[in-house]
Write a new protein. Structure first.
Length: 383
């Protein structure tokens, strides 16, 4: 049985030692690597991958601190919601369970120095109810869906109250207008027919109300007319002078829909696997500047593991350190952003004056569709 065997005593001992939590002083948050002892941590700090990560962090430290703070807050609130729900619990209890996970984000990499400061920040942001006592801080999770539902219910109730008040006001005005008018009582006479051959005709007055029911219908009609007048007046006050509606053609409507689709479908991240990108950062000792690389894996939408084409080195870079590559016409490309995101196509032409390209989609439901005026940053060459 060799030393490298899975069931060898050394391999079993290594697995036992790696279980559970390790010492925080030997953990590298930037590389997310846990070392077992001081010697291992010292060797890791002198490694080339750790030095590259430090150079990237020194370029924009606030970005990395913000990222780790966001991860810590999200995981902490998710554990609080799933494990304790809306119960009131001590913050140390939640934090003890959170750090029990081996791959957790450490607080010393975030913008908060202490757990008490983080708890007070949750209270100020309205994410939790915080109660400070002599025994420590107690927190209670606030469900955003419940808060939103309560706000909607209060708004609906307020709208109904306003409508009822307006209806009562209009009803009082109608009653005040009808005061002093006497109702005409109907006079009934006997129908006498002198000549049997003569036709009987009836003449009804349309404008006169000859019954109590007719008068009540008139009051209801007046009430509706006043309500509609009030609504029209309010709308006129809100919108000012009425504007003429300009009828749009079908082509204009289609163009507006396309523009709206392009505007709403854009995102602030564009990295995709299996595309060729160019490294533009100069912080890596200038060794990889302007070098082309292939995206092998995308992490959290904004970070990618790339493989340099020339040397084969693998780097972990943010999307701000990369830019897209525009190939020669006739090559295959991938749309990274906009309304046609995720579609592959053939590059037809390049418009250097407008910094855009024209492609023909050759896959998916839009196969054969010719798309013009796609910006350089929204398309990149396929590996």
């Amino acid at each position: 049985m060799g030393k490298s065997d899975f069931l060898s005593p050394k391999a079993i001992s290594s697995r036992i030692k790696s279980q559970g939590l390790q010492r925080l002083r030997w953990y590298c948050q930037m590389c997310q690597k846990q070392c077992r002892d001081e010697n291992g941590f010292r060797c890791h700090c002198t490694s080339q991958c750790h030095q590259r990560q430090l150079l990237l962090a020194a370029e924009n430290p606030q970005q990395f601190v913000g990222y780790f703070s966001q991860e810590f807050c999200r995981d902490f609130l998710e554990l609080l919601r799933r494990r304790f729900g809306a119960r009131r619990v001590h913050s140390n209890v939640v934090y003890s369970e959170y750090i029990g996970h081996r791959e957790h984000t450490h607080m010393n990499a975030t913008q908060w120095d202490t757990l008490a400061g983080f708890t007070r920040w949750l209270g100020r942001e309205g994410l939790c109810r915080v109660d400070e006592t002599p025994k420590g801080c107690y927190i209670q999770y606030i469900n955003p869906e419940t808060v939103h539902r309560q706000q909607e219910e209060r708004k609906k109730k307020q709208d109904l109250d306003d409508e009822e008040k307006a209806a009562k006001l209009v009803e009082r005005q109608v009653r005040r207008g009808l005061e002093g008018k006497e109702l005409e009582m109907p006079v009934y006479t006997e129908l006498n027919r002198e000549n049997k051959d003569e036709k009987v005709t009836f003449k009804l007055k349309r404008g006169a109300s000859t019954s109590v029911a007719a008068s009540s219908q008139t009051s209801v009609l007046a009430l509706k007319m006043v309500e509609s007048a009030v609504k029209r007046t309010g709308a006129a006050h809100c919108s000012g002078q009425p504007k003429k509606k300009i009828k749009k053609s079908a082509l204009d409507e289609i163009m507006e829909l396309e523009e709206e689709k392009k505007r709403t479908s854009r995102t602030d991240y564009w990295l995709q696997p299996d595309i060729i990108v160019k490294i533009v950062t100069k912080k890596l000792k200038g060794k990889y500047h302007k070098k082309k690389a292939v995206v092998k894996e995308v992490i959290d939408k904004y970070t990618a593991i790339v493989k340099v084409v020339d040397s084969g080195d693998k780097l972990k870079l943010d999307q701000t350190h990369l830019e897209t590559v525009i190939p020669a016409p006739g090559k295959r490309v991938l749309v990274l952003n906009g309304g046609y995101r995720g579609n592959e196509g053939i590059l037809e032409s390049i418009n250097e004056k407008r910094f855009s390209v024209t492609i023909t989609i050759d896959s998916g439901p839009l196969k054969g569709c010719r798309v013009e005026d796609i910006q350089y940053e929204d398309v990149s060459k396929l590996a």
